[in-house]
Design a protein around this ligand. Structure first.
Ligand SMILES: [Zn+2]
Length: 469
């Protein structure tokens, strides 16, 4: 494949890919007979983007879920959240088969059970997740489809005083996932193509629930061409490779010796450690746990990571550096949740929120990511948020942490194993994972959120093309 007339590292070039690699870069290359030629018309050619922290299946599922927390149908009384608007949304959902709702709260239409849901939708199986994540409510078709009556003994399936399942299921996600996997397979290919349209050629799924079975599922979906990107997983203690994901919750921290034992077992498998740390206390605890295992060699190949690092105070910086920890941050939350932060955090906390520039200046590696579905997937919006650090209300938060457009881009261009490390390049012998923009970088760098991707290439194959060649 030949890509003609790109801007690469500031100069006009032609680039050839052979198999999965870049094979030639020159001022002018002539097409071979029968070779596919892409006319770039002066668009910037970049290495493909890697989203260093996201949740693939949860995002794919959200794409076809009804958000019960917001109404698309204001009623005559002006109320946005009520049974009538919920009924309207569910009844007007496109598609057939299972219908999935998320983000439900009883302030909308009271406590739901199967019979109340039947009154809203009775022609297809429906499942609705409570905002807390603890409870799913099913209508009668869904109760029958999952044969709940045959599983009445399972703790978590609520029964009425006649012993009939009410359709309310508490904390049964693992069991439900298995059942739904057979009944309601997720079409992930649409979502993977959407990622490709942003120039994403790889991602790291950081879900704490990832097991060996999830790894097999991803492999199969990649082999079948349903997932077009390079997919990397971290996960629980059962995995033999990839980072061990450890969720820390400041209100419920584990005994330090238990955490130390988990780290030691992971180190025996040559795994890196990825700590979910949002608060200062969580970050200090992660650092203490890693320090208590300092007698073991950390993984050179898979460096340890701090996921989010939402709150990093200056006294922690030398410790992060000493442990060679990368911070995987999500500056887009400043935009999405900015007004909430402004209300709930002190000035001092706001000044240390989702830091970027000052971490780089302190010699700490920073990888960028979406945390999709909790933040928007679009990497160009994420980058723009690290440049501008504006809330949805237009207020700049922590101005000294604004980065240059090039620094923001670098957050997506580092390799999977070294987020925020060396930026990948397009050069002879490098993997042909690329993102071709419609315009040169110099034209788009002042508003990254408006970037348009022309073509996305993974392993020498075009996985996305804006206009059919
Ligand atoms: Zn996450």
């Amino acid at each position: 494949m030949l890509i003609k007339n790109v801007i690469l590292d500031g100069a006009k070039k032609d680039v050839r890919c052979t198999h999965a690699f870049v094979s030639e870069v020159a001022n002018e290359l002539l097409a071979h007979e029968g070779e596919r030629v892409i006319q770039a018309n002066g668009g910037e050619l970049l290495p493909g983007l890697h989203d260093h922290h996201m949740h693939f299946f949860a995002t794919a599922a959200l794409q076809r879920s009804v958000d019960c927390g917001v109404s698309s149908a204001p009623t005559a009384t002006g109320q946005l959240h009520n049974a009538e608007s919920l009924s309207h949304m569910l009844a007007n959902s496109s598609g057939e088969g299972w219908l999935r709702g998320v983000n439900y709260h009883e302030s909308i239409a009271g406590d739901l059970d199967r019979w109340q849901l039947d009154a809203l939708v009775s022609d297809r199986p429906v499942r609705i997740q409570h905002r807390s994540g603890k409870l799913w409510t099913l209508n009668s078709l869904a109760v029958e489809a999952l044969d709940l009556t045959a599983h009445k003994e399972l703790a978590g399936i609520e029964l009425d005083d006649r012993g009939i399942p009410t359709g309310r299921l508490f904390r049964l996600d693992a069991w439900l996932r298995e059942k739904w996997g057979q009944q309601d397979p997720l079409d992930v290919s649409v979502f993977s193509r959407q990622m490709a349209s942003f120039g994403i050629t790889g991602f790291t799924d950081t879900s704490v629930t990832n097991t060996a079975a999830t790894v097999r599922q991803f492999r199969q979906l990649c082999d079948e061409g349903e997932i077009l990107q390079h997919a990397y997983l971290m996960g629980d203690d059962s995995l033999d490779f990839g980072h061990l994901k450890i969720l820390l919750d400041e209100d419920n921290l584990p005994p330090l010796n238990e955490l130390e034992a988990r780290i030691r077992r992971a180190r025996e498998k040559e795994r890196g450690i990825a700590f979910h740390c949002v608060t200062h206390i969580e970050l200090l605890f992660a650092i203490a746990a890693l320090n208590s295992c300092a007698d073991l060699d950390p993984q050179i190949q898979f460096a340890d990571r701090i996921e989010h690092g939402a709150m990093i105070f200056d006294d922690v910086l030398p410790m992060l550096r000493a442990l060679n920890l990368s911070v995987i941050t999500q500056p887009r939350f400043l935009y999405e949740r900015g007004p909430q932060y402004q209300q709930n955090l002190t000035e001092h906390e706001l000044a240390h929120l989702y830091r970027h520039r000052t971490l780089l200046d302190a010699g700490i590696k920073v990888g960028l990511s979406s945390d999709s579905p909790y933040g928007p997937l679009n990497p160009w919006q994420v980058m723009q948020s690290s440049v501008a650090r504006r809330t949805a209300g237009g207020v700049v938060v922590g101005a000294r942490d604004c980065v240059s457009p090039e620094q923001a881009l670098a957050g997506y261009l580092s390799s999977v194993n070294a987020p925020g490390g060396v930026v990948r390049r397009i050069a002879v012998g490098e993997p042909a994972d690329m993102c071709l923009l419609t315009r040169p970088w110099s034209d788009v760098k002042n508003d990254l959120s408006a970037v348009l991707v022309s073509h996305t290439v993974v392993a020498g194959e075009v996985i996305y093309s804006r206009i059919e060649d």
